[in-house]
Design a protein around this ligand. Sequence first.
Ligand SMILES: [Zn+2]
Length: 380
Amino acid sequence: MPRRLFALLLSLSALSPAAASAQTRPVTDAQVQKVHRSALLIDGHNDVTSLTVKGYDLATENKGGHTDIARLHQGGIGAQFFAAYVGANYMDGNHAANRALQMIDTIRHDIVAAHPDTFAFATSADTILAARKHRKIAALIGIEGGHAIEDSPRLLRDFYQLGARYMTLTHTRNLSWAGSCAEPGNRGLSDLGRQIVAEMNRLGMMVDLAHVSDKTFWDAVAVSKAPVMSSHSGARAVSNIPRNMTDDMIRAVAKSGGLVMVNLGCEFLSQHSADTSPWINPSLPKDAKCARASIDDVVAHIDHIRKLTSADHIGLGSDFDGIECTPAGLDDTSRWPNLTRKLLEKGYTPAEIRKIYGANLLRVMRAVEKTARDLGGHPF
Ligand SMILES: [Zn+2]
């Protein structure tokens, strides 16, 4: 059956009252609030740093954007990984490390130091829990784009010391030591790439496989002694784009003890959105708008990963303020309780929801920290 026809039949069956009543259970607002508050909600990836580095203050309304302090509180966020995102263009002329330092500074200076009543800087599972205890949002650093280290494990160690706790090995370009999923050739890790993964293990920095080529994914899984993760990807079986993971990849992440943090970009979530997106299909007019995904599409990724593995290997990595199109119902970071409602209606238990929302990432961080200690790396 053509995929689109199949998808149409699926969506029609989802609309029929009989199917709906079979799949959902009634949930009260009080239940949603209770379960939502009981979870430590950790968002694996947020790009509002691309605005704060240009002077935007999170205490003011982020008009047209997805993230500000008021909405983080409304959404019940407990910890946020902020992206120290380094555009691939900074590779030209070797400006990538400079840019990474500026992005780290905007997290430490413009976000945490400027708003000490809201945020507490965190670099470990324990410091995330300490922030929670003090009723603050834990703010963490994730480097997006391995070109930030300019081919040098020394810079990797420097970024670790500044607080970076994951690094995506690539962004949209191949590096000398790792391949990107956005470039042809499906390049793998070089010897230097394997050394860098080993050094991330020794330091206690999570190996983030968002944005890598399939070959680099498998090479990194083979090398890493600690669980691997993706801070913002989804399932390719649900939306077939290179940024999402095949079923075999998702099983490999789970086998390592890691997790896949589901991206909220419409193209990641829904095949129909991907098929109508000029970003995925460069032949479409640049200003074409992709079809909007829904909160049900988010649940479809969670369902799929749970079916392949278990609720132990799922997380949430919104990519807010780094994506153009967000799903209806999860429009910005204030709307996370809507996801809690959907998952409860679908029959997810509060314990499963707490794992997906944050406990899984805490477990992975602890495992990565333990591997670092075992390898004689950085003492926490
Ligand atoms: Zn990204």
